[in-house]
Structures are given as C-alpha cells and as structure tokens.
Design a protein around this ligand. Sequence first.
Ligand SMILES: Cc1cc2nc3c(=O)[nH]c(=O)nc-3n(C[C@H](O)[C@H](O)[C@H](O)COP(=O)(O)OP(=O)(O)OC[C@H]3O[C@@H](n4cnc5c(N)ncnc54)[C@H](O)[C@@H]3O)c2cc1C
Length: 387
Amino acid sequence: MHPKPKNRPALELCSECGLCDTSYLRYAKWACAFITQHVDELEVKSHGRERDLEDERELYFGVHRQMYAARKRQPVSGAQWSGIVSTIGMRALETGLVDTVLCVAADSEDRFTPRPVLARTPAEVLAARVNKPTLSPNLSVLDEIPKIGTRRLLAIGVGCQIQALRTVQDRLGLEALYVLGTPCVDNVSRQGLQQFLDTTSRSPATVVHYEFMQDFRVHFKHADGSVEKVPFFGLNTKALKEVFAPSCLSCFDYVNGLADLVVGYMGAEFGWQWIVERNAQGRVLLDLVRDELEFGRIVESGNRFAAVQQGIAAYDQAVTLPMWIAKLMGLVIEKIGPRGLEYARFSIDSHFARNYLYVRRRHPGKLERHVPRYAKKIVAQYALPPE
Ligand SMILES: Cc1cc2nc3c(=O)[nH]c(=O)nc-3n(C[C@H](O)[C@H](O)[C@H](O)COP(=O)(O)OP(=O)(O)OC[C@H]3O[C@@H](n4cnc5c(N)ncnc54)[C@H](O)[C@@H]3O)c2cc1C
C-alpha cells in the first residue's frame, strides 16, 4: 500500500496525487489543486482560452471542440469500460507519438492499490487497464522522467493529478506532453474503499470492478462474472457520509477540465463511453484509435432540477431509504429521469452542491477563493440549506 505522503502541505485536503513525494514538492503551494485554485489560468495555458461561462455546455463540461459517444468495436478484456484509454496509450507508444506513458497499474497483492508506472511498452500500458478506485499517487514518478530518458510523455490521470501536472509541466524537460484524462468523483483511500464495499456490496471480497452507472445504480462486478446492482437511493448515506476523501468532497474538477482529451461515460447513454475533445492535441490522441471505434449519438433528455434539489436536502439529512422504495425510485427515475448530457449535469450539480456545502462548513475561509467561477454559477441555481 502507498504510504501516506510524508509531506502534506494541503493537510487533510491532500488528494495524494504524488507531487509532494518528489522534488517538485517545492512547487506544491502553487500546483496543488487544494491549496491554490487557478483553473482559469491553467485553462488558458492548456487550451488557449478560458471556458465560456455563457455557453451551457462549456459551463458544465469545460473548454471543448467536440464530444462523442463511442466504444471500442473490440473491447479490451478486463478494462473499466471498452478500453479506449488503454488503447490510446498503447497506440501512442506504437506510433512513436510518445516514448513513455504515465499510467497506474495495480499492486501485485491487492487489485485496488495503485502502483504508478512510466510505461515504455504497450504491454505495460495494457497491464494498467481498469480503475483503481482509490486515491493514486500518479505524480510520484515524476523524478524518474529524466533518469529513463523520457522526451515525449502521455500522462493519464484524474483532475487533481492533472492540475498539479499542468502547473509544473514546463519544468519536466519534455519535448512534448499529451494529457489523457478521465472524469473522477467520490474517490476514497484504500481503507475508505473497504468501508464502502463492506457497507454496500453483498460480497465485498469478490468485487473486481464497480461503477456508479447512468441507470442510477452502482454496478459491482464480481470475480465469477456476476453483476450486482444497488440503487443510488438505497445507499447507506449515514455510514458513507465520511467515507469519501476530504479532497474529493472539496473538488470541483469532476470533468478533468485541463486534459487534452477526456474519456468517461457520464455524458453518454448506458453502454457507451463519452469523449470530450478539448484541443488539437486531444484530436491527435483520438485519431490514434478512431478506426477502432464505433460512434453513437450524444443525447440529452429529461430535467434534472427537481431531483438535484431534493437530493441536496436528503443527503444533508443523511436520509437512507428502505431498499424496496430505493429500487422503485431507481426504476421510475431510469424511465423518466435525465439522460445523456442531462444525466451528467445531474451528477455535476449534485456533487458540486454537496461539495460547496462541505467547503462552506469545514473551510469557510477558503470558500471564496477555492470554488471556481463556473462552479459558483452552477451551485447558484439551487436553494442551499442556511449557514
Ligand atoms: C477514481 C475514478 C473515478 C471515476 N469516476 C467517473 C465518473 O464519475 N464519471 C465518468 O464518466 N467517469 C469516471 N471515471 C472514468 C471511467 O470510470 C473510466 O475510467 C473511463 O471511462 C475509461 O474507461 P476505459 O475502459 O477506456 O479505461 P481503461 O482502458 O480500463 O483504462 C483505465 C485507465 O485509468 C487509469 N487509472 C486507473 N485508476 C486510476 C486512478 N485512481 N487515478 C488515476 N488514473 C487511474 C489507468 O492508468 C488506466 O490507464 C472515473 C475513473 C476513476 C479512476
């Protein structure tokens, strides 16, 4: 298991991105997403401009040129979804676009403990497929970059890792950097993960993979191939309230706004991956696998507002519904609830409102400076409990 970082300038808000395990610790005060929020500036650095807050899609999903619903025609066995991320990593090495891919493999003894690697071969990238649903010190390998002679790097990571990387990228001595991100929300320490599995799954020891799905259920895949589905509304909110990492409860970069290309699922219909191409470098990454993909439609339907507003109060009061009601609600909302991009907005609104309340209560002195402008605008659409 990754030892807790010795240096934690962000204190309890440390997301264990790994930067402070390296000589880049000296830039942490500026680079850490939880110490100095400077997303506007980093958007300009990464994409040439800030997101347009008057454009609803940019407000929510960040600077982008295009979005796609897609999946691999031949899925990568054992990947989180169809393996688009791993395939881009492999093709980037095979074509010579880069010479190294920063990704995260699993510990040999525990599939959910992350082990960051600088992969030099497609086989190493493939071995890093599937989510390690825990805080991962991806940047802890940065000091190795000059030692192994990396000149052209593809970095795969989640928002907090990418914000820190973007801040120090000009100091890495690279000729080229490509950034492939995934959305990320509600991450946990390894210990927190165990608590989540123990509280939520019928068989915690056999879970190999899970995802909070667009059908409003958590899907647990077990070692025997069976899939267990637990409705969001049936989660034991009281037991889980403190399970997510404080950094994730203070995060407003759900959609990885600084990556060149983002591959997730939340803006696509069930069964499809969702791709956000933010800039020209993102297009280069997507082109590496375009011929291997099947493309679907980006859809948006339903209306999220009432569900989000009700959810804010229910979460705040830690309401846990009886399972039969939760299942019924899940069925109804799946039929008439928000879909596609509207589902993504539902999830962003719910998490941003919860996180805004968390920062307001736990770190009131940070609130104004820490919450990005786009998140303030999103949260302002809802009535929040009084201070
Ligand atoms: C912690 C976490 C939470 C996520 N939450 C959401 C969400 O709410 N909504 C959404 O749309 N998508 C989310 N995603 C992304 C989604 O689950 C898939 O990872 C993504 O769609 C890519 O699927 P794939 O089959 O192409 O990936 P694969 O080909 O299986 O590759 C997965 C890649 O993820 C990297 N990785 C694994 N674990 C971590 C980690 N802890 N930190 C950084 N990188 C990691 C690996 O290096 C690997 O390259 C999340 C991902 C993570 C890691």
